[in-house]
Design a protein around this ligand. Structure first.
Ligand code: FE2
Length: 204
C-alpha cells in the first residue's frame, strides 16, 4: 500500500494494536512492555503526524489528542514543545509511555517524600526513537522541557486512561501541591478512517 494514499496508516495500525493489547490484559508490566514495542514502531516513522497536530504555540506547550479508546482504556497524545517551554512538576496517576518523534526532550524526575514532592536528581534527554515509562509504580513525577532552544520538539504519548480528563497533581509556581485536569489543546482529532483512496486505487 502506498503511504501517500494513506499517510495516517501507522497511527491507525498503532490504535488497532493497542486496542487488541488492552483487550487481552490489564497487567501494567505487560502493557508497558508490549506498548513500548508498538510505540517504538509508531515513532520510527515520522511521516504520519498531520501538521494540525504538530503546531507549537508561542504561549505554552500543546497537547493534541490523537485518539481515545471508547472505553477510555488508553489515549494517544502528541505533545508539541516550542523553544524554552516546559511542564510544571506533575504526576499522571496511570501508566504512560513517552516516545520521542522529533527534536529532544529533557526529563527531570521527582518523587513524593514526607508529604512533599522533591527532585530525585535524575535527568534524561530523550532523542528520536527513545521511549520512557511513567506510572505510580515505576515513577510518576517529573518535569519535561524542550531540550532545544531553537526549534520545536514533539513526543507521542500513550496513557492507560483518557489522560486529558484524569484528575492528577502538580506543583504550582510557589511549590504547593495542586489538583489539575490537563484537558487537550484542540477540539479536533485526526480522521483515522478515511481509507477511500486506497480502496479506489485497488479497484482501478
Ligand atoms: Fe508527564
Amino acid at each position: 500500500m502506498s503511504q501517500a494514499l494513506d499517510p495516517i496508516a501507522p497511527l491507525r495500525d498503532f490504535v488497532v494494536a493497542m486496542t487488541r493489547l488492552v483487550e487481552t490484559t490489564r497487567d501494567e508490566p505487560t502493557l508497558l512492555a508490549q506498548g513500548r514495542q508498538l510505540l517504538a514502531k509508531l515513532i520510527a516513522d515520522d511521516g504520519w503526524l498531520a501538521p494540525d497536530f504538530a503546531q507549537p504555540d508561542p504561549a505554552a506547550y500543546r497537547q493534541y489528542l490523537l485518539y481515545c479508546d471508547p472505553l477510555e482504556r488508553f489515549s494517544v497524545v502528541s505533545f508539541v514543545w516550542g523553544p524554552g517551554q516546559k511542564t510544571p512538576v506533575h504526576d499522571h496517576t496511570v501508566w504512560g509511555l513517552v516516545g520521542m518523534l522529533r527534536g529532544a526532550e529533557l526529563c527531570q524526575e521527582y518523587a513524593p517524600q514526607g508529604g512533599r514532592v522533591v527532585s530525585r536528581g535524575v535527568e534524561h534527554t530523550l532523542k528520536p526513537g527513545m521511549i520512557e515509562a511513567v506510572s505510580p509504580t515505576v515513577g510518576d513525577w517529573h518535569v519535561v522541557a524542550n531540550a532545544l532552544a531553537d526549534r520545536p520538539s514533539i513526543s507521542i504519548h500513550v496513557y492507560g486512561a483518557n489522560i486529558g480528563a484524569v484528575r492528577r497533581h502538580m506543583l504550582d509556581a510557589r511549590g504547593e501541591l495542586r489538583d489539575f485536569v490537563s484537558g487537550y489543546s484542540s477540539a479536533l482529532v485526526p480522521n483515522l478512517w478515511d481509507r477511500s483512496a486506497v480502496v479506489r486505487a485497488q479497484a482501478a
